[in-house]
Structures are given as C-alpha cells and as structure tokens.
Design a protein around this ligand. Sequence first.
Ligand code: XUL
Ligand code: CO
Length: 437
Amino acid sequence: MSLFPNVPKIQYEGRGSKNPFAFKHYNPQEVVLGKTMEEHLRFAVAYWHTFVASGTDPFGVGTAVRSWDSLSPMDKAKARVEANFELMEKLNIPFYCFHDVDVAPEGATLAESFKNLDTIVALLKDNMKSTGKKLLWNTANLFTNPRYVHGAGTTNNADVFAYSAATIKKGLEVGKELGAANYVFWGGREGYESLLNTDMKLELDNLGRLLHMAVDYAKEIGFDAQFLIEPKPKEPTKHQYDFDAATTLAFLQNYGLKEHFKLNIEANHATLAGHTFEHELHVARINGVLGSIDANQGDVLLGWDTDEFPTDLYTTTLAMYEILKNGGLGRGGVNFDAKVRRSSFDDEDLFFAHIAGMDSYARGLKAAAKLVEERVLDEIVERRYRSFQEGIGADIVSGKATLASLEAYALQNNPIRNESGRLEQIRATVNEIIFSV
Ligand code: XUL
Ligand code: CO
C-alpha cells in the first residue's frame, strides 16, 4: 500500500523540464570528475524532519497533514518506516539518518524504550534488505526529554550521565545491527547557561570520558562506523561546548580523541556560529577531519536554526568545492537535515523540498567540478602566495629563516609593495561558472 499515492517515481529530465516531479540537474549516473553524481553526493533523508516534524513553532501547533497522524504511537512508528522507504525509493535517495526517538516511541522505562526500539529496528532491517537502502548514521537523542535539562554527558547529575551512557550504548548496538556507516554525536544540551552554577572543567572532562567509553564499546562489539561530532554554537543551550569546527577540534585534541572522530558540518550551524558553511568545511578539511555534512540553510533575516532545504547555489557550489578538494566525503554523505516550511504542509512538499535540495547540490557539484578542473581558484591562490615560493619567502617556508636573517632582509628591502586582492573580479568569475552549468 502506498503512503504517497499522488507522487510518481522522480526521474532526471534535465534542464528546462517543467515537471515539478522531476530532477533538472541530479542525474545519478552522470559522471563528474571520474565519479557518478550518486557516488559524489551520497544523499540521505533526515527521519526527524521528514517523518516526525509536524510544523510546530513557538506560537503554533503542527500544520502537516500526514496519513499516520491518528495512529497509536507504535503503529505510527511502523507507518513512518513504510513512508521512509517509499520516499527514498521514489526520490532515488540511497541513505537515511535517525535519532532513536525518531523511529520508536519512548517507553515508561529505559527497558521499555529499548524494547520499542528493537521492534522498529527489526522492521528497518527488513526494509533495508528488500530495498538495498542504507543507514548513513544513527544517533541518540540526548536533548528532548526533560531528564536532559542540565545536559547529558555534561550534566551535574551522575544518574543522568549513566542514563545517557546506556542510551549511547544501545545506539551503538543499533548502528551495528543496521550497518551504519557513521555514528553521530550532537550535543544539543552539552553546554551551559551560566558560569555562576557551572563546573566547566568537570563537565568537559566528563564529556571526554563519555566519548572514550563510546570509542571503547564500539571497538568491543566490532562496530566500525566513523564517529562524527556535529558542532553547533547555541540552541537549545545558550553556550554549547562544540561551538564550531575549530573549538571541537581543540576539544578532541585535548582529550586524545582526534584519531577516533571526524566532524559532521551543518550549514545552518556554521552561520549561527558567525561563519560561512565553506569556512567550517575548510577548517575541517585542512585538519583532516571533514567527515560528513548536514545540508540545509538558514535565513539571513532570522537568527535561529531554521533548517531550510538548501537552495542557495553559491553555498552549494562552495561547499561542493571543499568536498571535492577533500577527495570526497568517504563514508559520509549529504544529509538533508532540513524541514519543509510550516506553510508547506502537504505530503508532496516533502518531495518538492528534496528535489530542490538534490538539484541544488547537483548543480553545486557541477560548478565546483568546473572550478577544480579549470584550476580557477587554485591559480588565484597560488599567484597570491607566490612570494613564498622563492627568495626570502621560500626561506620562511622551509624553516631556514630566523628573526636575524629576516631583519637583515627587511632593513635593505625598501619600499614594500602589495598587490590587489581582486575580490570583485573573482566573484564575477565564480558567478559566470555557476550560471554556465
Ligand atoms: C540540531 C541538529 C541535529 C543533529 C543530530 O540542530 O542538527 O538534528 O543533526 O542530532
Ligand atoms: Co544536524
């Protein structure tokens, strides 16, 4: 039985197609720089936004109209599994991602929650087997339930720490059972509201301890997923410890965790931190920890995590440029951690939103490939830094220079000349490329 009977299978029809149920740019088998689009992009559906979110906002109840709305919690969970695989099939999306509580309702006790989860995981496994769809990552939701009011791994309450650890243990077992490619840690409540009542050192040490326990347990059970941390500066916590890529990297290094983790970089989290998406991707890339991305976008006029489907081509191009420069995302992928607007309440909107996001990333990939192939930015950057390729610059880079040798050079080097950065001209060049693909 179909849950989306009004939606056909979405095919690639190419540029100029007027069919709203068709891809204009995402052509899975098209080869770009030696790999198919499908291999480059590894798209994933975010279960929570697509099958659970109802369109609530702080001033209003849900607006989404779904066929499973009136069912009991367990039947609803089962209907959502059907919906997930039908949507993935129709959109030709190979992966999905979920939090434990997205797929199965919490019970009255931890044991009951685990039991519910086991029932749904068995169903997910059957569907994965029959459809060939895969799990990009799973995670434990350690932020919604009131028990996490003071944090999970960084709580002041050891009982909550223990509960969180048990939930992560189960998450790792579920990930292994479903063959997850990655396992994500996003610390929505791992931060603080005021230093007046916070022992920051103990909280961070405990978070380090919890992540080491997770690394050890994954090894013990032979779960070989890539561990990912997803930085975010705030919301829900006022000051979140994994603020941005650089802060998270310092944390991982401090606690001896860097070799076990990569980063899952989310576009809207980057902008909330006061960075561009490409900045965060770049920081992760040059430090060797770019693992996966949560593809969405914020709204410049709104200061919170709006999680819109990504449609800004400038951003998707520069994001794909970083990903290509990284040699791809490896086991990671492009997860649509994005929700339809509250006013887009029909089932069909779920499909239109994914089509828009997938086409925007496909077009970003094509434009980025052109930037790479034609060495447009490489040439600009190499030229800009050419003073470090010979003479005194080469001495600096090779480690030969000292303060004394640089003083001797500077004393006789008059006057110093700088060159224009040519930024407007460069931006115009990038525009030409984006609109040519
Ligand atoms: C919240 C967010 C999460 C993580 C997974 O802003 O991005 O959904 O992606 O917990
Ligand atoms: Co996210």
